[in-house]
Design a protein around this ligand. Structure first.
Ligand code: SF4
Ligand code: SF4
Length: 198
C-alpha cells in the first residue's frame, strides 16, 4: 500500500475512533433522503460506516448512502465532534470499491475514461478554433519553435480563447511546449503583459 493510501486509511480510522455514533451526519444528509434512506436509521448507517472503516462488510444500507454522496458537506457541518464526515465517507467509498474490484481492473477503467476525456477535449477544441489554428496547437513538439514561452496552464485546449487573444496581438505565429503552455514571439504590446487567466 502506498504512503498516500496509508494516510487515507489513517484519516478514516481516526474519524471512526472519534465518532460517537450519534447519527446527526446521516440525519442531515440530503441525498440519503433523496434516495429514500430513513433518517430514523441514522445510528445503524453510521455504525455500518464505522464497521466498514475497520475492515467490516460493505452493508447494503451504508453502500447506498456512500454511493449517493454528492459532496455537499452538510454532514461535516452537523457533526458535533468536528469530524470531516465528507472526507470519511469519500475514503470509505474508495475502500469499498477497491475491495469489490481488483486494482488492475480499476486502473484499466481509469485509463479508458481518461482516453475518452482527451478525445472529447480535442473535439471541443476543434469546434471552437479555426482548423489552421488547431493544427498549430496540435503540431508535433519537434515542429514548434518559440523565442518566448507564454504559459497558459494545463487546460488550453478546453478554454483556448485567452491564449488565442494573446497570440493574436503578436506579429509571430503561436507555438507551444511539448506538454503544456504556449509560446509566442514577443511584441512590444504583449511581451510585458501578465498572462490571461483561463
Ligand atoms: S457530503 Fe455526502 S454524506 Fe455528507 S451530507 Fe453531503 S451527500 Fe451526505
Ligand atoms: S455526526 Fe459526527 S459523531 Fe455523530 S455519527 Fe456522524 S460522524 Fe459520528
Amino acid at each position: 500500500m502506498s504512503a498516500y493510501a496509508d494516510r487515507l486509511e489513517a484519516l478514516a480510522a481516526e474519524a471512526a475512533d472519534r465518532c460517537t455514533g450519534c447519527g446527526k451526519c446521516f440525519e442531515v444528509c440530503p441525498t440519503a433522503r433523496e434516495i429514500g434512506l430513513d433518517a430514523g436509521e441514522a445510528k445503524a448507517r453510521v455504525a455500518e460506516l464505522s464497521s466498514l472503516t475497520h475492515g467490516g462488510p460493505a452493508a447494503d444500507g451504508v453502500m447506498k448512502w456512500l454511493n449517493a454522496c454528492d459532496g455537499s458537506a452538510r454532514c461535516t457541518d452537523a457533526c458535533p465532534e468536528d469530524i470531516n464526515v465528507r472526507q470519511w465517507v469519500t475514503i470509505a467509498k474508495m475502500k469499498a470499491l477497491e475491495t469489490a474490484r481488483p486494482r488492475s481492473e480499476g486502473a484499466t477503467a481509469a485509463a479508458s475514461r481518461f482516453r475518452h476525456m482527451a478525445q472529447a477535449v480535442r473535439l471541443l477544441a476543434s469546434m471552437q478554433l479555426p482548423s489552421e489554428t488547431l493544427q498549430k496547437i496540435l503540431a508535433p513538439a519537434e515542429k514548434r519553435t518559440a523565442d518566448v514561452l507564454f504559459y497558459t496552464g494545463c487546460n488550453v485546449l478546453r478554454t483556448p480563447a485567452p491564449p488565442i487573444a494573446a497570440a493574436s496581438t503578436s506579429s509571430r505565429k503561436p507555438t507551444s511546449r511539448p506538454t503544456s503552455g504556449w509560446g509566442i514571439a514577443p511584441s512590444s504590446a504583449s511581451a510585458s503583459r501578465a498572462p490571461p487567466r483561463c
